[in-house]
Design a protein around this ligand. Sequence first.
Ligand SMILES: *[C@@H]1O[C@H](CO)[C@@H](O)[C@H](O)[C@H]1NC(C)=O
Ligand SMILES: *[C@@H]1O[C@H](CO)[C@@H](O)[C@H](O)[C@H]1NC(C)=O
Length: 205
Amino acid sequence: MLLLLVLASLSVTQTLAYSARRDAQIITKFKHELELNHAKIARELVHRANWASVATISTNQVVKDYPMVNVIAIDDNNANNISTGVVRYLLTDLDFTGTDWHSNNKVTFLFTDEQTLNCRNSNKDPMEPTCARVMISGQVKKLDEYSPSYNSTLDIFIVRHPAAANWILTHHFYLCELDIQNIYVLDFYGGPHQVKPSDYYAINI
Ligand SMILES: *[C@@H]1O[C@H](CO)[C@@H](O)[C@H](O)[C@H]1NC(C)=O
Ligand SMILES: *[C@@H]1O[C@H](CO)[C@@H](O)[C@H](O)[C@H]1NC(C)=O
């Protein structure tokens, strides 16, 4: 009997505070979140981007131990120009990133929808969570230059980044892949979503 009374008074309070508009907003937000495929969003951002901002822990004497960021050209295509999700990039030990990973092999790649101006074109500030971004953390995996597939993999990269052909000639650039440990996707209000690397790679785009 007491419980019934408590429940009855609760429902009165709720009725008083009820707002149809607020309810509709909550339902819309919930539906929107259900529709977002975070793994697919991550794959699309990576595939569309020609480059990523890449953070390392600095070994540079002037900013030692500070996070350092760099612009790194990337590509995730296979020989048939189809997205694989594998993040490939060239590094040189003459540059910040190339030096840092030898000391501490922990890197984070940032991709944002603003790189292709999608946010600006839909009037979204790049810092709004609705301007999707993905932060992929992992290890630098240097590919074996003497493996039979190295040159053809490098050729695929050069299709998308023709300027890289000159970098390789003048400085010692080497091809790497990202060994992904964690993927955070921010694509709506309510905080980041963790995407498993296996779910990320399983997407077809
Ligand atoms: C690869 O595919 C992209 C679209 O994803 C296209 O813009 C580009 O021209 C293609 N490149 C080649 C070499 O076919
Ligand atoms: C790859 O290309 C380099 C430079 O052109 C060449 O020296 C090397 O022999 C090639 N490697 C293979 C396995 O074909």
